[in-house]
Design a protein around this ligand. Structure first.
Ligand code: GTP
Ligand code: MG
Length: 451
């Protein structure tokens, strides 16, 4: 037992309070006025439990605890679950490495080519320099935790991308800056259509010779229609790629190729101003088209500010009315910070789903579950593999309730009970054991199932 009751830093506008630590068990959860948060920080005392008498919706700090004992708490609104999907070699795994490095989760930029990318850790993946199965990592960016599933793009393994769509709230479609839309890009797009998954398109590898934003944008609109619209433009290309312009906030960010990935806010380059203005106006018009009130405002003022654009774009993306496009170079670490910003601003949080509908058991009704710890446990297994040593391992996402280690649940697809032993959270190649999992804790969790 950890002695004492540390002071918890209250979110802005709320009174500070005392936190109680009832239990030091792994995976213990934070309870705060019916609100729920997941616990990060897998240090020596992973998963400390705290109770706190006010709702928390951001990271809570525990200043009285030694550094390595600090944990962060996230509620549904501060979680994003996304899948990286796209054609093989478009740079999905490298971009995930760039996000991890930029967010300070790794000390160096992991590379697929030298076997150090976090989500390509299998021996076969390292030898072939490509993803073969889905890799999972979580990254903390600002006050949000982004759970990322990195799927393979090689056509023989692309079914993995389809398997994960039911457990994510958005797909990040990665497209090569030279090749544009390729065969597998179209395939993953069709999967997203089937599952109605909101999409954010990242045109990546913009530092390559012959990378061309205009040509790729044309190939995207030809393939997927006029609702595909840039919300960023690159500054320079090929070896001279130096940054991006945010068309919503109308700000430019510059980077050092191969640098720390943190963009510096600067003036929009003079030579790009005309093109940026034109692209901004097209974006504003498209966003206003989907909303009568905004349309009225747009006609009155002639334009819309970011305070209107950001929420309207967020809703349009959630409803699959707009497919925004941004630009990056994973290997050069240009724009990875903006990819994370855009994921947070524009892709839906799990708490935005009112409920999820399960399969009916026998002739009964299909159960509806709300995203809440208070509901009965329901989860969706998106992948099961057989391991020579560990036996049957399943990857799943908890949609409602709290799953305890060693719990037995009813399997609706096959009928019969399933026992969940050794439940863990995946972070790259590391499986972190936990004693329980909360709703939306992460979509990449694994358990050994025994019938
Ligand atoms: N020039 C350049 N090369 C890149 C970039 N991103 C990735 N690459 C290279 O492209 C190759 C493929 O990168 P990956 O990150 O493995 O691509 P992927 O989309 O994960 O590929 P699959 O796992 O096979 O679907 C590697 O050799 C990378 O080093 C980039 O931004 N610029
Ligand atoms: Mg990959």
């Amino acid at each position: 037992m950890f002695p004492g009751t540390p002071q918890v830093k209250a979110p802005e506008g709320q009174k500070p309070c005392r936190a109680r630590i009832p239990d030091l068990g792994r995976g213990a959860r934070l309870k705060a006025k019916g609100e729920r948060g997941s616990i990060l920080g897998f240090g020596r005392d992973a998963g400390l439990a705290y109770t706190c008498p006010y709702p928390l919706d951001g990271p809570a700090s525990f200043p009285d605890l030694p550094e390595e004992r600090n944990v962060k708490v996230y509620s549904g609104a501060n979680i994003r679950n996304v899948a990286m999907v796209g054609h093989g070699h478009a740079g999905k795994t490298t971009l995930v490495s760039a996000m991890l490095y930029t967010a300070g989760a790794t000390q160096r930029l992991g590379r697929v080519d030298d076997g150090t990318a976090a989500t390509d850790h299998d021996e076969e993946e390292i030898a072939r320099k490509m993803s073969i199965s889905t890799g999972a990592v979580a990254v903390e960016w600002g006050n949000t935790k982004i759970n990322i599933l990195d799927t393979p793009g090689f056509s023989m393994f692309v079914h993995e991308a389809k398997m994960v769509l039911p457990v994510v709230d958005a797909a990040i479609v990665i497209v090569d800056g030279v090749a544009g839309v390729e065969v597998v890009t179209q395939r993953v797009w069709n999967y997203c259509e089937e599952y109605k998954t909101p999409r954010l398109i990242v045109v990546n590898r913009m530092d390559r010779d012959r990378a061309n934003a205009e040509r790729v944008l044309e190939s995207l609109t030809n393939a997927f229609g006029r609702d595909v619209i840039p919300i960023e433009l690159p500054i320079g290309s090929e070896k001279n790629l130096s940054g991006v312009v945010d068309l919503v906030r109308m700000k430019a960010y510059t980077y050092e190729l191969g640098g720390n990935g943190k963009g510096k806010e600067t003036e929009i380059p003079a030579g790009l101003k005309g093109q940026v203005q034109e692209a901004h106006e097209r974006l504003v018009e498209l966003v206003a088209e989907g909303d009568d009130k905004l349309m009225e405002k747009f006609f009155e003022a002639g334009t819309l500010g970011e305070e209107d654009l950001i929420p309207a774009l967020h809703n349009a993306i959630r409803e699959d009315r707009i497919f925004p496009v941004i630009f990056s170079s994973g290997l050069g670490n240009v724009g990875a910070d903006r990819v994370m910003d855009f994921i947070i601003d524009y892709t839906p949080a799990p708490s935005e789903h009112e409920w999820v509908q399960g399969e009916p058991a026998g002739n009964g009704d299909a159960p509806k579950r709300h995203e809440s710890d208070e509901e009965p446990v329901s989860l969706y297994v998106f992948k099961t593999v057989s391991d020579a040593f560990a036996g049957r391992i399943s990857y799943f996402k908890v949609f409602s309730g709290v799953l305890k280690n060693d719990a037995t649940l009813q399997n609706y697809s096959r009928g019969g009970p399933e026992k969940f032993a050794h439940i863990s959270i995946m972070q790259g190649k590391t499986a972190v054991p936990v004693s329980e999992l909360q709703t939306n804790c992460t979509p990449a969790i694994l358990a050994r199932l025994q019938n």
